[in-house]
Each structure stands twice: as structure tokens, then as C-alpha cells.
Write a protein that binds this ligand. Structure first.
Ligand code: FMN
Length: 343
């Protein structure tokens, strides 16, 4: 897939994930085969106000490229200013594309007409994208849902409006806002949107396995697939997905040793990125995912939640690894998601 001048080496991307797709995790995902990554959604308002914290969300390492910074907001002028700010960053801090969040279901966001609320106002979608495209030297893309609710599914209309206004790709989470993350994603609607536009369509929603990703590509005709929750604690899912797609090969899931080593490395990258104290806190959820399904993981998770410093957390994980190595050969470790009594 190609978006503007940005070429992706495979069709499998890491989704924008608030609180999860941080720079260290994006690096791990790229190392394991994700063809592109996104920041979590970042406030356009925050950027235009010069908020330090907002700019921190936009920071990335060179090896994460190609990367999209996802903006949220509803005011075309503010969104255009934010796009301009990103385009004017020094080359090494400038993303490869700018994405607009049109799918966030959270009340705080939709009450300000941003996120999924934009789907209720297609003329605002047009104004917003037009003004951003005018202001931007980078490709502008959007991530949408099927519509606000079952009575207002307008994904085809919105996809066309995006294309007409100059967006260079559209990612579709195949649920309405009302569905949030419940039930099954309606992949057939991704196929309908794909038929209606010429810009690349990125499918998203409920891709849990390499087989799902292949099925989404085949059944919808979409150009790429975005994986979110499947990558939690499992950046290797991208490598497995590519192996299946490119070589028809089914790779085994990572063993306990690889998972804990990744947890420790993720932590080290997190310390580099946000410092010792914040890293220990931020890593709690990631560690819980890395150890999910392993023996005694519930107890380790509890200890993780009590650690205050990164060094303590490394010690805990290294000790856990040693215990697992002593107690059982790794080949026998329970694969992720199977027989997990600790979920
Ligand atoms: C914890 C979490 C945070 C998310 N944050 C964002 C976000 O910042 N921007 C966005 O467009 N979507 C966000 N999403 C939605 C995902 O990108 C994705 O559309 C959704 O999880 C469905 O894909 P999946 O089934 O592969 O997880 C988030 C989802 C989750 C679970």
C-alpha cells in the first residue's frame, strides 16, 4: 500500500491506541513486522496551545517510521493550525502522515463534536479535511467508524466525502459508535466502502489472528489491515501475520522467555522515553499482557502493580523468568489465550 509518497512494506499496521501505542511499543511492533504505526490520538487544541504534554505524545524514534500522528478535534481552523505545526516541525520530528480521529466513542470527546460525533456532520468532515489538506504538506488521512448508530450507518457517504475533500486514505473500524467495542465488527461494510472510493481503505476491527487478517484482506478487498488489541503483549502478531501472508507459514506464538525478555526491553525503552517513575506505572498494563496465561501470572501481576521503580520491576520480571525456567521447560508454557485462568 502507498499513501501519498509513503510506501508500506506490508499491509499490516498497528492501530492508534490511547495509553498503549506509546513510542516503545510502536518500536517493538515495527521490529516484529508492523509496516506502519500511529500515535494515540493527540489533542489539536493542545498542539495549538503549545502544551508540552501534547508535544510529548508526538515524539517518536526514527525506527518507528512510517508513522502517523493522529489528531482529534472538531474545529477546522484549529485542526489546520495543528496540521501546520506538525508539518513545520524539524524533519526528524515530522511524522509521515497526519490522521484524524473520527471514531472515538468517549463522551468527553464526542460532547465536543470530535471523534465519532463528526460522523453525524458530514459537511463538517468536509470542511475539516479540506482545511487540513490546504494547510498540510503531509498526507491527511482519517479513521472512522460505520456511523453513529445502527440507524445512521453512513460509512460509504463519509468515505466518499473524505476522498472528495482530499484525504489520502481512510481506516474503518467496522462498528458504529453505539457498538463501541461490543459484538462483532461488520467487515462487509469495509468491502462496501472499498467499492465506493479509490483512496486506500484500511480495514479494522476484531482481527485477532494472522488468519483473521488474511480473511479481512480477501473478503473485503481492503488495501491494509490495522491491528489493535491483538497486539497487546504480542507485538510478534505482526511477524506471524506476515509469515502467513508472504510464505504461507504458520509461526508458533512466542514462548515465555521471549515474552518476558520483550517485557524487560519494553521497560528499558519506556525508561528512556519517560523516566524511571512514570515508566514503572505505564508498564503495569503491558507487563500484565506479556505474562497473561503464564503460570502464576495473577500473583506476579499483583506484585507488578505494587512496584514503584523500574529497577524493581526488572528484578521482579527477571526473578519470574528464572522461576519459570526452573519449574518448566518453555516449550510447555501455556500459549497466550489458552487455558488462561488469570484473565
Ligand atoms: C485501549 C484502546 C485505545 C484506543 N485508542 C484509540 C485512539 O487513540 N485512536 C483511535 O482512532 N482508535 C483508538 N482505539 C480503537 C482502535 O484503534 C481500534 O479501532 C479498535 O480497538 C478495533 O480494533 P481491534 O479489534 O483490532 O482492537 C482504541 C482502542 C482501545 C482498545
Amino acid at each position: 500500500m502507498q499513501i501519498g509518497a509513503v510506501a508500506f512494506e506490508s499491509p499490516f499496521l498497528l492501530a492508534p491506541l490511547a495509553g498503549v501505542s506509546d513510542s516503545p511499543f510502536r518500536r517493538l511492533a515495527r521490529e516484529q513486522g508492523a509496516a506502519g504505526v500511529y500515535t494515540e490520538m493527540v489533542s489539536a487544541d493542545g498542539l495549538t496551545r503549545g502544551s508540552r504534554a501534547t508535544f510529548d505524545y508526538c515524539a517518536f524514534a526514527p525506527e518507528e517510521r512510517p508513522i502517523g500522528i493522529q489528531l482529534f478535534g472538531a474545529d477546522p481552523e484549529v485542526m489546520a493550525d495543528a496540521a501546520r505545526i506538525l508539518c513545520d516541525l524539524p524533519k526528524e520530528q515530522r511524522p509521515d502522515l497526519i490522521d484524524v480521529n473520527m471514531g472515538c466513542p468517549v463522551r468527553k470527546v464526542v460532547n465536543r463534536c470530535a471523534g465519532a460525533a463528526l460522523l453525524n456532520n458530514v459537511s463538517l468532515v468536509r470542511d475539516l479535511i479540506r482545511s487540513m489538506v490546504e494547510a498540510s504538506t503531509l498526507p491527511v488521512t482519517a479513521k472512522i467508524r460505520l456511523g453513529w448508530d445502527g440507524n445512521s450507518q453512513n460509512v460509504v457517504e463519509v468515505a466518499k466525502a473524505l476522498e472528495d475533500s482530499g484525504a489520502q486514505a481512510v481506516a474503518i473500524h467496522a462498528r458504529t459508535r453505539a457498538e463501541r467495542f461490543e459484538g462483532h465488527a461488520h467487515w462487509e461494510m469495509i468491502g462496501e466502502a472499498k467499492q465506493a472510493v479509490r483512496i486506500p481503505v484500511i480495514g479494522n476491527g476484531d482481527v485477532r489472528t494472522p488468519e483473521d487478517a488474511a480473511r479481512m484482506l480477501e473478503t473485503t478487498g481492503c488495501d491494509a489491515v490495522m491491528l489493535g488489541r491483538a497486539a497487546f503483549g504480542d507485538p510478534w502478531v505482526f511477524g506471524r501475520t506476515r509469515a502467513l501472508r508472504e510464505r504461507g507459514e504458520i509461526l508458533p506464538p512466542p514462548d515465555a522467555s521471549a515474552r518476558l525478555a520483550a517485557g524487560i526491553r519494553h521497560l528499558a525503552l519506556m525508561v528512556e522515553s519517560v523516566g524511571e517513575e512514570v515508566a514503572a506505572r505505564e508498564m503495569r498494563k503491558h507487563v500484565a499482557w506479556y505474562i497473561k496465561g503464564l503460570p502464576h501470572s495473577a500473583a506476579v501481576r499483583e506484585q507488578t502493580n505494587r512496584t514503584r521503580a523500574a529497577a524493581e520491576l526488572v528484578e521482579l520480571l527477571a526473578g519470574y523468568l528464572a522461576t519459570l525456567e526452573r519449574d518448566q521447560p518453555f516449550e510447555a508454557a501455556v500459549p497466550v489465550g489458552v487455558g488462561d485462568a488469570t484473565r
